[in-house]
Design a protein around this ligand. Structure first.
Ligand code: NDP
Length: 278
């Protein structure tokens, strides 16, 4: 790839960013697609977010936003997508020909695409969603758009879960304050959107022993080894997957916002595998 004065600059803005695999995945996608762009990670303080997003967008670039700035970024964009408006979070931005900062939350599409690939249709499913942070909001929006029948939210802070259900959930989301209340129930899908598992020594975020039947389990957390949630599900012979495919698919959706067309997903997946030494 030749970097020239015309090369478009896409950046990952967050703090920390040094662990991120997005530069590897995106630069491989740019190479495969033959687009003239470069993707770099930039550690960015909250106070600098506005300047970076505006400056890069005006220069025809854009990028991704990661922890802890996704909510702040939603307030910076001039033209928010429906996903940004509903979730209150932005993870993808780019400058439009109108000179404005456009923003989307591709965690919604990322989850939707990965879930479709893993379980097929989400229509009429009964889903247990663990967590109430940014990832849980994106997941809830995708589940409802895909016409899940009911989504039960369980989070350490019940109030936070109630606020998420009110904001996004409508009639199809319900909050339970205690895991014990789920004893004996069945779910087609259980999703972990808490951060438990980021540290491989974390305890599993849920005790599957409580439930009578679980169709499948999806973790948003990913790592080099099976996450505690995936291990816990597999102990009960539940089909389970970690967040790697969500990562690839949200990156693919971001690629498509920046460049149009379809992202080279197979190469992105392969780049992720290689960077993890698999
Ligand atoms: P947030 O900080 O917004 O939310 C964290 C969530 O984890 C909250 O629900 C919080 O509960 C819960 N939590 C934190 N610590 C504990 C604990 N000790 N016990 C129980 N619950 C806990 O983070 P995000 O929503 O942005 O991200 C959540 C996870 O999803 C992260 O691991 C992130 O890496 C992953 N993710 C993966 C993506 C992918 O592409 N695969 C995309 C986006 C996120 P409380 O509200 O009570 O504090």
């Amino acid at each position: 790839m030749i970097i020239s004065s015309k090369t478009r600059v896409l950046t990952l803005l967050g703090d920390p960013v040094s662990h991120s695999l997005s530069p590897t995945i995106q630069n491989e996608a740019f190479r495969k697609a033959g687009v003239d762009g470069v993707y770099v990670a930039v550690r960015c303080a909250a106070d600098d977010l506005f300047g970076f997003m505006r400056g890069l967008s005006r220069a025809g670039g854009g990028g991704n936003i990661t922890l802890p700035h996704k909510e702040k970024a939603a307030a910076v964009v001039d033209v928010p997508s429906e996903a940004v408006r509903r979730t209150g979070a932005c993870n993808t931005f780019w400058g439009g020909p109108d000179g404005k900062v456009h923003g989307d939350n591709t965690d919604v599409d990322g989850f939707r695409r990965a879930a479709r690939a893993f379980v097929g249709s989400l229509r009429n499913m009964r889903v247990l969603l663990l967590g109430a942070g940014g990832a849980a909001r994106a997941t809830l929006m995708a589940l409802l758009e895909e016409e899940a029948h009911e989504v039960v939210l369980l989070n350490r802070s019940t109030e936070r879960a109630r606020a998420v259900a009110r904001r996004i959930g409508g009639a199809h989301a319900r909050v339970v304050p205690l895991a014990e209340e789920l004893r004996g129930q069945s779910f087609d899908l259980v999703v972990n959107a808490t951060r438990l598992g980021l540290d491989p020594n974390d305890p599993p975020p849920f005790d599957f022993e409580l439930l009578t039947r679980v169709g499948a389990a999806m973790d948003l957390v990913y790592g080099r080894h099976a996450t505690p949630f995936v291990r816990a599900a597999e102990d009960y012979s539940i089909r389970a997957t970690d967040g790697s495919e969500v990562l690839v698919q949200q990156g693919a959706a971001s690629f498509e916002r920046w460049w149009g067309g379809v992202a080279p997903v197979a190469e992105m997946r392969e780049a992720l595998r290689r960077s993890r030494g698999e």
